[in-house]
Design a protein around this ligand. Structure first.
Ligand SMILES: Cc1ncc(COP(=O)(O)O)c(C=O)c1O
Length: 390
């Protein structure tokens, strides 16, 4: 540990609430796939800045767009029309399921999910929500109430989980065993990332879609990690031909600027009236400039297709690492086990200058690199993993 690092660690630890187990790294800047610490050491970012840096760190188009926007107007709320908001919405809707025609901009993933649950309850007049065991939907009281991972939820009980029915992810019979007349929504992540990149098959999602439609239940996809191309298609349900009623997005949607959104079908949007919901900062000009620029980069650089190609390559190369097992996930959201606990692997990789994620499953290492990841980056990662595996 350098003196420089120690100084910044102590400065932060003295002043901030101690809620995070941090990497022993103090960062000064980022560029593409790499971040650089206060001593100038580079790290290859296969954790993608917490699944946020989908277009890489400090993409020049995003930086230029933000610079322009900040010089023109930093903020005005939804009480005024903003050309940049309309442009961002048009761009983002262009990537979304064709069934989605309206957006509500918010500031974080949890807020997007809260918005989705509120809309579903309001529309149906029903109170119960079906959620998945192993899920993660945020840290607010309402989103913890539909988060099926006890580690995050239990210390804060009672939540409003008395209105939630948790069922095993991928188990249609468990959903069908509930009383559909009481359910306002089914909420789920198409790939449970925090649980360790756990997926379910297309048949399950199609059955869920048919069931929720039949019973007037809102189907909410939390695509906060899977959206914007990470799985190799713009949104994950597209792999199975399943469009939900509401999609929530956050993480990379602004390329690193805090912004999130709830996308709605026309039918669901029609139920919302003036005054039903609001947020001061949601849809502000800087956030919207970030969304617009991020989607432009995704389109111009073909990043959805790239995620598909690089995801396939990454998967194939990982399979060659001795001892690597249980590879799962989609596109550039992958998980795998090694013969040592994931936290050990994470530390060993950090020492080699590669950032990787862990998950709730102590065996599973998680990779969520920028969609700009290159073949060379994959080779660096795989070489480091092979060295560790020896
Ligand atoms: C799938 C999923 N949903 C919701 C959230 C909550 O998002 P935020 O931390 O922006 O509130 C996260 C954050 O990790 C997430 O991964």
């Amino acid at each position: 540990m350098s003196d420089n690092f120690t100084r910044w660690r102590e400065a932060e630890e003295k002043r901030l609430a101690a809620t995070y187990a941090k990497f022993p790294v103090a960062l000064a800047r980022g560029e593409g796939m790499r971040v650089f610490d206060v001593d100038g050491k580079a790290y290859l970012d296969f954790y993608g800045g917490h699944a946020v840096a989908i277009i890489g760190h400090c993409h020049p188009h995003l930086v230029a767009s933000l610079g322009r926007q900040i010089g023109e107007l930093i903020f005005y709320s939804n009480l005024c029309y903003l050309p940049v908001r309309a442009e961002a919405a048009e761009k983002l809707l262009g990537l979304l399921y064709p069934e989605m025609t309206r957006l509500f901009f918010v500031n974080s993933g949890a807020e997007a999910n809260e918005t989705a649950l509120k809309i579903a309850r309001r529309r149906s007049g029903r109170e119960r929500v079906v959620a998945m065991q192993g899920s993660f939907h945020g840290r607010t009281i309402a989103t913890l109430s539909v988060t099926g991972t006890a580690k995050y939820r239990d210390a804060f009980s009672p939540t409003i989980a008395s209105a939630t029915d948790f069922v095993p992810f991928g188990d249609m019979a468990a959903v069908e065993a509930l009383d559909p007349a009481r359910a306002a929504a089914v909420i789920l992540e198409p790939v449970q990332s925090m649980a360790g990149a756990v997926t379910a098959d297309g048949e399950y999602f199609r059955a869920l879609r048919a069931y929720t439609r039949r019973h007037g239940i809102a189907l909410i996809f939390d695509e906060i990690q899977t959206g914007l191309g990470r799985t190799g298609l713009p949104f994950a349900g597209m792999h199975w031909g399943v469009a939900p009623d509401i999609v929530t997005m956050a993480k990379g949607v602004g390329g690193g600027i805090p912004v999130a959104a709830c996308a709605l079908t026309e039918e669901f949007a029609a139920g919302i009236k003036v005054g039903d919901h609001g947020t001061t900062f949601g849809g502000g000009p800087v956030a919207c400039a970030a969304v617009k620029a991020t989607v432009e980069v995704i389109e111009r650089e073909g990043l959805v297709e790239r995620a598909r190609a690089m995801g396939a390559r990454l998967g194939a190369r990982l399979r060659e690492v001795p001892g690597l097992a249980d590879l799962r996930g989609m596109g550039l959201l992958l998980g795998f086990a090694m013969p040592r606990p994931a936290r050990d692997i994470q530390q060993a990789m950090l020492a080699k200058g590669v950032l990787v994620g862990v998950s709730v499953d102590p065996r599973i290492v998680r990779l969520l690199p920028p969609l700009t990841v290159g073949e060379d980056d994959i080779e660096v990662l795989v070489r480091a993993l092979k060295e560790i595996a020896q």
